[in-house]
Design a binder for this molecule. Structure first.
Ligand SMILES: Nc1nc2c([nH]c(=O)n2[C@@H]2O[C@H](COP(=O)(O)OP(=O)(O)OP(=O)(O)O)[C@@H](O)[C@H]2O)c(=O)[nH]1
Length: 136
């Protein structure tokens, strides 16, 4: 059996404000999908549950504190392995409450967008479907 990981498990969070806008973050240029806007989040580490991974990532990336019980499963999407890159399965949670004001890491850019506005941004392929799931 193939022992090298061929799939990457990623968690992401949709943080929606009272005015309906939600937070997206621009990926650093030098990374895969560089310059595209995506939901904050990242890879699940070995031994971590998806919820705890998302709580950790949102704290590292935005300094906010979240109770894992305030994450509601929203959608998932997958991208097949290609060109030597592993496949991605991404789990999107809606973040129904958080503590603290989201602050971007040095060099990162964040913004709050309405659904129609977000749909017109340059997004990774998987995020098109994830953004649209928020309209349903
Ligand atoms: N965080 C996040 N990653 C996404 C989204 N959509 C999407 O295709 N991805 C992809 O999922 C992969 C993993 O994300 P990541 O690079 O943020 O993970 P990480 O922070 O743990 O990694 P790092 O430690 O290398 O920075 C990247 O290829 C990224 O482009 C999304 O909405 N949010």
């Amino acid at each position: 059996m193939e022992k090298n990981p061929t799939w990457m498990a990623v968690v992401a969070g949709a943080m929606q404000r009272d005015d309906g806008r939600f937070l997206l973050q621009r990926r650093p240029l030098e990374k895969h999908h560089g310059g595209l806007w995506e939901f904050p989040g990242g890879k699940i580490e070995v031994g971590e549950s998806p919820r705890n991974a998302l709580v950790r990532e949102l704290n590292e990336e935005l300094t906010v504190t979240i109770d894992p019980q305030d994450l509601v499963a929203q959608a998932f999407a997958e991208e097949m392995p290609a060109g030597g890159r592993p496949g991605i399965v991404i789990l999107l949670y809606t973040v129904i409450a958080w503590q603290g004001f989201p602050v971007a890491e040095p060099g990162a850019e964040i913004g709050w967008f309405g659904l129609a506005e977000a749909d017109r941004l340059a997004l990774p392929p998987l995020d098109k479907a994830l953004v649209r799931s928020l309209c349903e």
